[in-house]
Write a protein that binds this ligand. Structure first.
Ligand SMILES: Cc1ncc(COP(=O)(O)O)c(C=O)c1O
Length: 452
């Protein structure tokens, strides 16, 4: 059914109507079943029919659905904040709840600014981020993000305070004569170069996705990278913001990515999986370093939205985290993630157009190239990624396919991020469906012509 009154992302799209969810599957109103291979956009970590989470929301709804945070706090909000701080890296002290990832990043950027003002360094206004990253869709977060395609139309609105360095992208950027760890150091040193270029006392923060999500397709950095960027930030008084909205909260097998990176950031943003899609929830986690500066200074944070700390959303957050822990789902993420990557590697190792299979946990990407030796990309006009997404949907698979993998100019990849509850049989079903979709899309007329 075409949406009569909704302004859709794609104005010509004729979207099926979702009416029911069962585990990792979604059903539309015609009874067609879809395998949710990307948990929407890495959101639905518990699948679509978790009774405990639904019950927790209903219980909260029946007591007090909403109260404004300038007047009152609520039990689930207090409880969830405590649960998060107890599990976060030990330098974290406070939580600011929001309704979406973009708001969490905006909040982090404001906290960065306020931190420097409290410390009498108002000249620190430059933010360094990375190309091929995504941090949200409002003007400031788009501006700080490095996804050129998404920014293009809004360039006149973008802030001059945002600066971008290259991402860590070993598949294309590692030199043959360096090992991964050496490459990690070289990539991290780009941050120092940029700080020196901008002026050491002008830089406020470095924000990054520790494991890049949709724009580059689940790319982790070598461990040497993280250690070095932490050193550089400390050396120059730069705040380190870890945007874990897509890669965090269990998606890569760790609740907080510092378990993998080995470093402690100053601010962490979370969203997507924290309420599993049952409610709209996000959070900015604040370290003692940032909190103390504000609390010993002005003691007020000039920020807020109507729905922050919504009690039904935080009640969902409590229930989702309990489910993740009670069912030991992080172990399942690691085991099923390993199987998924192995299956994809064995299925596609001799495939002519799959150049790379990468990722961690249930955050795995297949990158497609026209020539595996030269890593040449398909002509972006073919929109191979979009064909794969569409074909997969016809086969009953929802997957997150994106273009612009290679510095927003060209490149195609498919990101898989199934719910944490996936089982072995379903991993095979996912790979079978993806293989069908890729092969059918490559057989499409336009693409065959391109290859001839
Ligand atoms: C890393 C990252 N940051 C921020 C955002 C923005 O989150 P939201 O879409 O909930 O506003 C996203 C969304 O995909 C993301 O992946």
């Amino acid at each position: 059914m075409a949406s009569e009154y909704i302004l859709q992302r794609d104005l010509k799209a004729n979207l099926p109507v979702a009416v029911r969810g069962e585990g990792i599957y979604i059903y539309d109103e015609n009874g067609k079943k879809y395998f949710d291979g990307s948990s929407g956009a890495a959101v639905s970590c518990l699948g679509h029919s978790n009774q405990k989470v639904k019950d927790a929301i209903i219980k909260q709804l029946s007591s007090i659905p909403y109260s404004h945070t300038s007047f009152l706090t609520s039990k689930p909000t207090e409880k969830f904040a405590k649960m998060l701080i107890n599990r976060a890296p030990d330098n974290f002290e406070k939580v600011y709840f929001l309704s979406g990832g973009t708001e969490a990043v905006e909040t982090a950027l404001k906290l960065v600014r306020q931190y420097h003002i409290e410390n009498n360094e108002p000249q620190r206004k430059n933010i360094i981020a990375r190309k091929q990253s995504y941090h949200g869709n409002t003007l400031t977060t788009l501006s700080v993000g490095g996804n050129q395609q998404r920014k293009e139309a809004f360039l006149p609105y973008m802030s001059e305070c945002m600066h971008h360095i290259d991402p860590v992208y070993a598949y294309r950027l590692k030199k043959d004569d360096e090992n991964l760890e050496e490459y990690g150091i070289r990539a991290a040193n780009l941050l120092e170069e940029k700080i020196l270029q901008l002026g050491v006392t002008s830089v406020a923060a470095f924000i990054y996705e520790p494991i890049v999500g949709s724009t580059l397709g689940s790319v982790a950095a070598p461990l040497s990278y993280y250690k070095r960027i932490r050193e550089i930030c400390d050396k120059y008084g730069v705040i380190l913001v870890s945007d874990e909205i897509m890669c965090g909260y269990g998606r890569t097998g760790y609740l907080f990515t510092s378990e993998y990176t080995g470093i402690k950031p100053d601010l962490i943003t979370l969203a997507k999986g924290i309420a599993g899609g049952y409610q709209a929830l996000a959070a900015t986690l604040v370290s003692s370093k940032i909190y103390d500066a504000i609390s010993n200074g002005s003691a007020s944070f000039s920020h807020g939205h109507t729905y922050i700390g919504h009690s039904c959303a935080t009640a969902a957050g409590v229930a989702v985290l309990k489910e993740i822990e009670d069912k030991e789902l992080l172990t399942n993420v690691q085991e099923m993630g390993k199987l998924l990557k192995e299956e994809l590697k064995s299925r596609f190792s001799s495939h002519s157009y799959v150049g790379d299979v990468r990722g961690k946990g249930l955050f795995v990407t297949v990158e497609l190239v026209k020539n595996k030796d030269t890593k040449e990309c398909f002509d972006p006009k073919l929109k191979l990624f979009s064909k794969i997404k569409q074909t997969a949907k016809e086969f009953g698979l929802l997957c997150y396919a994106m273009g612009g993998t290679n510095f927003s100019k060209e490149g195609d990849h498919v990101l898989l991020a199934p719910p944490f509850i996936i089982n072995k049989k379903q991993v095979i079903e996912l790979v079978d469906k993806l293989e069908l979709a890729i092969n059918k899309s490559l057989d499409a007329k336009g693409i065959l012509c391109e290859l001839e």
